[in-house]
Design a protein around this ligand. Structure first.
Ligand SMILES: C[S@@+](CC[C@H](N)C(=O)[O-])C[C@H]1O[C@@H](n2cnc3c(N)ncnc32)[C@H](O)[C@@H]1O
Ligand code: SF4
Length: 438
């Protein structure tokens, strides 16, 4: 008998305490108001600094409590109407009730706290773009329960799916296809066969990937291919247990960046915010001040998102990436863009790498690791002894750890930029430039 994946655990907040009045003093980077009652810190979701609110403790801890907002007695001047009707329950965003400039200020405060041991400059720089309609990729959860279709994101205080009709952080073409898809799925048996859906927009247009939990008949597939033709989008099907390599490897996609064309598979990593990606890559080129004597090592290079633009300014760029298929795509991208001064190597940077990579000829290193950071490769970077290291990070705590190590080994932090890649959410991306001490 076929079995469905087990239902996710739901975690509804459990109210413990009486309704009490709090004065909110600060805000965490996850948008929880910080208050103190009888000396004990309380985090209140939805409350803003400067506000007087009433709230009820939902989780009592030894060092701090968590509370649910009950009412706002005195609102903050910076409280704004959330742009999305689902904001109060959808876990996708956490900051829509706070004015954009204050969101950024809250993220700055938090980032400065995280990096306080290594980055002592007064102010960090900021890189920002549009506050909404920026997300060119999204994973949509879907569930059919008792004839009802839920399609959207996980909730704020439960892992249930919040069914949405509108998502203001998606690009406009993705919002449009989301609605059309939802309407079509309401009338199709496909809804009950799906694990999740991935939406993607790039220079080629919009695509939808169906991740299947169960096999689909050819007839049903044909119906959906006709729907995709009408909508002028591309469909990808990922069969149950199928690997990425089995998902239409011939139907590659591409995006444009700094006048270059980058080809990739729909399940490869690409930066989610296209406008911010363009700005980030330009900032990397600017900060590294490359010239035709520079040999650059681009670690965790993906399909060449930094390597190719950098190659226009440097003598040579060497990109390193663990996934063979992405290394192949990166090599193809170099050819496509007629760049012959860039090479790509497949290597797992958490393991000892071939000695050829640890070359003293390398003058600058750029690294853009996943959340776990790059600790295992730091000693290799130190052996290379580049004059500059540009660290792009999606996790400030692993960045802080790695930067501390590099500082202890003879580097100093020159510049830090908070890149607001995901406005309205609590995610923070950082660019840090380190310089070798003389
Ligand atoms: C944050 S993404 C950055 C990709 C690229 N720099 C970009 O801007 O599109 C991190 C990349 O590191 C790769 N990666 C993850 N673990 C790795 C490892 N252990 N060794 C080498 N690359 C790895 C991932 O496949 C992914 O392409
Ligand atoms: S992720 Fe989309 S639907 Fe959810 S709160 Fe944010 S804008 Fe609204």
């Amino acid at each position: 008998m076929r079995r469905r994946t087990p239902p996710r655990r739901t975690s509804k907040p459990q109210v413990l305490g009486p309704v009490q009045t709090y004065h909110v003093e600060g805000i965490t980077h996850e948008a929880k108001g910080v208050a103190r009652l009888n000396g004990k810190v309380t985090f209140i979701e939805g409350a803003l600094p400067g506000e007087s609110v009433t709230a009820q403790v939902t989780k009592a801890g030894r060092r701090f409590d968590e509370a649910a907002l009950h009412s706002i007695i005195e609102p903050s001047d910076y409280r704004v109407e959330p742009a999305c009707p689902h904001f109060s329950i959808c876990g996708g965003c956490s900051f829509q009730h706070l004015a954009d400039e204050k969101q950024l200020a809250a993220k700055h405060d938090w980032l400065q706290g995280q990096l306080r041991k290594v980055a002592t400059m007064q102010d960090f720089e900021s890189l920002v773009d549009a506050p909404t309609q920026y997300r060119r990729r999204a994973r949509i959860a879907i569930e059919q329960k008792k004839g009802q279709l839920a399609m959207g994101f996980r909730g704020k205080s439960s892992s249930d799916i919040v069914s949405i009709d509108q998502c203001v952080v998606l690009t406009a073409p993705l919002q449009t296809i989301f609605l059309s898809l939802k309407t079509a799925l309401l009338q199709s048996e496909l809804a009950g066969l799906l694990g999740h859906i991935e939406l993607l927009e790039d220079t080629k247009g919009v695509s939808v990937l169906f991740r299947l939990n169960f096999e689909v008949s050819d007839e049903l597939k044909e119906t959906w291919e006709r729907w995709a033709q009408d909508e002028q989008i591309t469909l990808y099907w990922q069969a149950p247990k199928a690997s990425k390599a089995e998902v239409s490897p011939e139907k590659m996609r591409h995006y444009e960046l700094d006048g270059l064309k980058l080809s990739y598979h729909p399940q490869d990593f690409i930066q989610v915010n296209a406008a911010m990606n363009q700005k980030m890559v330009m900032q990397a080129i600017d900060w590294l001040a490359l010239n035709d004597r520079d040999i650059v090592l681009d670690l965790f290079c993906g399909v060449g998102n930094f390597s190719l633009p950098l190659a226009k300014y440097a003598q040579k760029v060497i990109g390193v990436e663990v996934q063979d298929s992405m290394v192949e795509a990166a090599r193809h991208n170099a050819q496509l863009n007629r760049l012959d001064n860039v090479a790509f190597v497949a290597a797992d940077l958490t393991q000892p790498v071939e000695n050829g990579l640890i070359s003293k000829q390398i003058t600058k290193v750029l690294l853009d690791p996943p959340r776990a950071g790059a600790f295992e490769f730091l000693d290799s970077i130190i052996k290379i002894a580049p004059t500059q290291i540009l660290y792009v990070s999606c996790n400030a705590s692993t960045l802080a750890r790695d930067a501390e190590y590099l500082v202890a080994k003879g580097y100093r932090v020159l510049r830090v930029s908070l890149m607001d890649m995901f406005p309205q959410t609590s995610h923070v991306e950082t660019m840090m430039l380190l310089q070798k001490k003389k």
